[in-house]
Design a protein around this ligand. Sequence first.
Ligand code: SAM
Length: 238
Amino acid sequence: MSWRAEILTLFPGMFPGPLGHSLAGRALETGLWSLGTHDLRDHGLGRHRSVDDVPFGGGAGMVLRPDVLDAGIAAMAAGDLPLVVLTPRGRPLGQPDVARFAAGPGLRVICGRFEGMDQRVLDAHAAEEISIGDYVLSGGEPAALVLLDAVVRLLPGVMGSAESGRDESFADGLLEYPHYTRPAEWCGRAVPEVLLSGNHAAIAAWRRAASEAITAARRPDLWALHCRSVTPTLAGAP
Ligand code: SAM
């Protein structure tokens, strides 16, 4: 059985969206993964199929009702898949989470809207609350697309060897080294000499040092973690 994504959303038309193109789109077409969308509005109440209500305690905006969300969750096929809720309050998504999700059978994903979702239904389902970054989107759908894009590309057979994820940023806790291609000189800027040398050991050493230097400069949080686990080289860094 291929990896399965089930999405609960008020905007099913937003899927597959960008996931219908390129790597993820080809993989969807060839059955390496599958996607099901569920319209939360189908479980709305009354003549207007209402899905939200005012927040207890007052305040601006509307909150998605727990009974409506619960009915939507119950209607999602593959009820045994891990349940992820996208929310700015969640744990920040990292590459280890992405690899963990890709190693599993699939995910059920709930996209919030308005001010958010009634907390009780998230607690009742022991949903994993995930954030894609410290900013607020208008809905969970773009966050779900980001999450699924990151996961799907790690599924077996999705990336060819040319696109392999082995050397990428975060794979070993570091940011990736800089890339260069032809021409070797462009607008007076030369490619680092070592990359033209054909000396594979020297190139690997340069790339490692460049990764470390960039990580130390740009991401002190990742760099501190890295230094705790290995002895950095930094020799030859650009
Ligand atoms: N009132 C919420 C708050 O301040 O945390 C923001 C709600 S936001 C306007 C509506 C929905 O967008 C959320 O329920 C969530 O599903 C989604 N969303 C917004 N920002 C997100 C983020 N950084 N990561 C994941 N989901 C996000």
